[in-house]
Ligand binder design. Structure first.
Ligand code: GTR
Length: 335
């Protein structure tokens, strides 16, 4: 797999500078301009992209067009790992990423990425809407990131080109793509397959070329990234309900007057309900697309997979603060 991280980092840097220059107002010094830039790995019509555009419209309405957001979708500004780094020093104002690439940045994001920690979407929403969600968002500030809000990402399932996965025995020999997170790598390896970290936007090609046998993701991504066209077995493991994070560059944030910061926070909060509405509809659409496709869908022995996860939890949840957070998450479950 070619390592494109340096190329994309360079082009992002150049892109970031060009973006700021393009929106600079005549007569303004090196100050925050009103059009905030935002990156997303997903295509233009995806719920996360539309939710951030909703934020932008709300801000524009509230400020008679003084504030707004320009979203760069489709991973055009680089992988999530790269855009996070750029965001942390102000080359991008806003970034929508999964919690997976934040795992190596801030240990308090790890509880959300634990396999089988959330029992259902309702449980996940309860947790992110509670003080736990606020604490995880606040934990990113020392890394140059202001956590704005948390979006849904549904449940992740396995899919592959070889066979139905029902028990851990079916994982043997499979090369499964994961996002850039050591926890994801450990999870897949403990389940019996071989984890291969690859940026999201390279997964389709890697599947088509047989570089990997499969991957894992939620229903909407399986469809929108067209992975279902090449991976014909979808196995409903629901092993992760890791949500998405919307973060802002602390450098950009510090450049904004307090009144504008409050507006951005309010817009982000309001966008959560909009995103959930779009998300629920998109999950149903994706299921309907798969029902009409040649993909074979099967149930999974989740207990058997979950039973293998204790060493993964123990390896990544080590501090008293992390342990306390995991306990609070579990307490909010259905039992
Ligand atoms: C999606 C998520 C993306 C990205 C992707 C991946 O579900 O929305 O942010 O993390 O998964 O697997 O890389």
């Amino acid at each position: 797999m070619p390592d494109r991280s340096h190329i994309s980092r360079r082009s992002l840097l150049a892109g970031g500078i060009a973006l700021s220059a393009a929106v600079a107002l005549p007569g303004c010094k090196a100050q925050m301009t009103g059009l905030l830039t935002s990156a997303d790995a997903h295509p233009a019509d995806y719920p996360t992209v539309r939710a951030v555009e909703f934020m932008g419209r709300w801000l524009a309405e509230r400020t008679a067009g003084r504030l707004g957001i320009k979203v760069f979708p489709g991973g055009q500004l680089g992988s999530e790992t790269d855009t996070l780094e750029i965001t942390s020093f102000g080359g991008l104002d806003i970034n929508r990423v999964n919690f997976a690439p934040l795992n190596s940045v801030e240990p308090m994001t790890l509880p959300f990425s634990l396999p089988f920690v959330f029992e259902s979407v309702a449980h996940m929403r309860r947790v992110v809407d509670s003080a736990v969600g606020d604490e995880v968002l606040a934990a990113m500030e020392p890394h140059g990131l202001i956590g704005l809000c948390i979006y849904d990402s549904g449940a992740r399932n396995f899919y592959n080109t070889r066979r139905a996965i029902r028990t851990p025995a079916d994982m043997a020999g499979l090369k499964l793509r994961v996002p850039a997170s050591d926890l994801y790598v450990a999870m897949i390896n403990a389940m019996g397959a071989n984890a291969v970290p690859i940026p999201y936007n390279e997964v389709y090609q890697s599947l088509a070329q047989g570089v990997i046998d499969g991957a894992e993701n939620n229903w909407p991504s399986f469809v929108s990234a067209r992975h279902y066209e090449v991976a014909n077995y979808l196995s409903l493991s629901e092993h992760l309900l890791t949500p998405e994070a919307l973060v802002m560059s602390k450098a950009s944030w510090d450049n904004m007057p307090p009144g504008d910061r409050a507006l951005v926070r309010q817009a982000a909060q309001l966008s959560v309900a909009e995103m959930r509405r779009l998300w629920d509809a998109r999950v149903e659409e994706a299921k309907a697309t798969i029902a009409q496709s040649s993909v074979e869908v099967n149930e999974v022995d989740k207990e058997a997979f979950s039973a293998l996860m204790r060493p993964v939890w123990d390896r990544f949840i080590t501090t008293p603060a992390q342990k306390a957070m995991v306990a609070r998450i579990l307490e909010m479950g259905e039992g």
